[in-house]
Design a protein around this ligand. Structure first.
Ligand SMILES: NC(=O)c1ccc[n+]([C@@H]2O[C@H](COP(=O)([O-])OP(=O)(O)OC[C@H]3O[C@@H](n4cnc5c(N)ncnc54)[C@H](OP(=O)(O)O)[C@@H]3O)[C@@H](O)[C@H]2O)c1
Length: 255
């Protein structure tokens, strides 16, 4: 059977762990050549590439600390080189803005520096990654932003994170209008609670974990593959008529 993303190229930020890793593996399994980024997790990024290659896919890893705005032009220079070496052209078909730093810290604890760091990765980086990607993105391509249910149901424990994710939903809509004439779809996937490092501390608290499961219609935490499946749908030809949407993938959290 032919693979749904055969011949496509993809960039997945934050592919060393969690949702990004699962997404990179899934897009590669569908036939895309996947560039994945990492920050502190070089080993995780290399493991992701090795897993993809073991399964017959193609991928490579690039370092980018997205707190640093300068990392983005540098990332794209290296991306151009790698795609050109491997495919003969620098064209990017699928962009997944996924990287995220965890953001526990309420109103009282937040400092201007911690606010800036959170916004740098969750809001500023996706904006400037798209700006850099524009000249490389294929007409008919895809931009998929990993948002959060917290964007529309702000969480008291993570006000800055919630604000940054609301910004991503807003940007998704604006970009869909801007890029529609080129046939590029722009959507956000908003996970609920997914079993990753980002909320390991929450899951260690049995009462909190039970409360979250009780508040979820499907009665469990999400798995990373639950989110990667939605990204893969939006990336595929099956998702071609969906744009400007925030698709919640939460198992029905707080219905
Ligand atoms: N897990 C959830 O319940 C949940 C719910 C809603 C939304 N989300 C969203 O889903 C996305 C992925 O989260 P996750 O749960 O998979 O998190 P995770 O397991 O903690 O992984 C985070 C990823 O982001 C990368 N990253 C962190 N700081 C970075 C920086 N400064 N520069 C570049 N990359 C950086 C990490 O890279 P290194 O490891 O290499 O440092 C890692 O690959 C995030 O946007 C998050 O907000 C998650």
């Amino acid at each position: 059977m032919s693979k749904s993303l055969a011949g496509k190229t993809a960039l997945v930020t934050g592919g060393s762990r969690g949702i990004g890793r699962s997404t990179a593996e899934r897009l590669a399994a569908e036939g895309a050549l996947v560039a994945l980024t990492y920050n502190a997790g070089k080993d995780g990024a290399e493991e992701t590439v090795a897993t993809i290659e073991k399964d017959g896919g193609n991928a490579f890893a690039l370092h980018a600390d997205l707190v640093d705005a300068e990392s983005i032009p540098h990332l794209f220079t290296r991306l151009d080189d790698e795609f050109t070496q491997r495919k003969g052209v620098r064209t990017l078909d699928l962009l997944v803005n996924n990287a995220g730093n965890s953001g526990w810290g309420g109103l009282a604890d937040t400092t201007p520096d911690s606010w800036d760091t959170m916004f740098a990765v969750h809001a500023r980086a996706p904006f400037f990654i798209v700006q850099s990607a524009l000249s490389r993105l294929a007409d008919g391509g895809r931009i998929i932003n990993v948002s959060s249910g917290a964007a529309s149901r702000p969480m008291q424990a993570v006000p800055v994170y919630s604000m940054a994710k609301a910004g991503i939903n807003n940007l998704t809509h604006a970009l869909a209008m801007e890029l529609g004439p080129r046939g590029i779809t722009v959507n956000a996937v908003a996970p609920g609670w997914v079993r990753t490092d980002m909320n390991a501390a929450v899951r260690e608290n049995a009462d909190m974990a039970a409360a979250i499961e009780a508040d979820t219609a499907l009665g469990r935490f999400g798995e990373v593959s639950d989110i990667a499946s939605v990204v893969a749908f939006l990336a595929s030809n099956e998702g071609r008529w969906v744009t400007a949407q925030v698709i919640e993938a939460s198992g029905g959290y707080k219905l």
